[in-house]
Design a binder for this molecule. Sequence first.
Ligand SMILES: N[C@@H](CCC(=O)N[C@@H](CS)C(=O)NCC(=O)O)C(=O)O
Length: 202
Amino acid sequence: MTQLTISGDSGSGNCLKVKFIADRLGIPYRWIETSVVKAETRTAEFLALNPAGQVPLVVLADGRRLAQSNAIMLYLAEGSDLVPTDAFDRALMFQWLFWEQYSHETAIAVRRYHKFFLNKPDTEIDPALMPKCERALAIMNDHLAARTYFVAERLSLADVALVAYTRFSHEAGLDLAHWPKVRAWVQRIERDLGLKTALPAT
Ligand SMILES: N[C@@H](CCC(=O)N[C@@H](CS)C(=O)NCC(=O)O)C(=O)O
């Protein structure tokens, strides 16, 4: 039987988000490892599937294709307990999903890519990224000061989207010991998702 395929790079938080949701919801899929560093997202074959040349990309059983990690998560999790039914809570979840893509991923994931995957020394990495990363983590830490989860005190797509790169903060050169509420929340979400922790031992 044809089933969902996920083209993804298993080092990418955006791709892992999709895997986490499919695993959590018991959705069967075939994973097609597609390396960003090896430019496998830029082959003619891949560009024919996603002209944006980016993973994650899913191809549904009927052949329809969907890109953008948060859009894919929303499609897969429709009607599940990971999407709040209350309209305001759902809008809050979207608030964090949009913030993740505009202000969080663009700092932490980008700095991690340059430092960890491209092995660049700090002097060759855009200096504006570090304060942007620190600001994102401070916003999260403040939000979590009196909360267990990002929205409505239960696991939602907001937690899954945000944990994807936050758990690799050390690979971006950030020590989560400075943001203890974030660190504790990462451990909680990893536990909820049944993941082995990505955090370094303290
Ligand atoms: N906003 C997109 C970002 C996707 C993205 O940046 N994917 C990266 C890997 S994390 C990629 O495929 N880069 C390859 C390239 O741009 O050539 C999403 O959330 O899916």
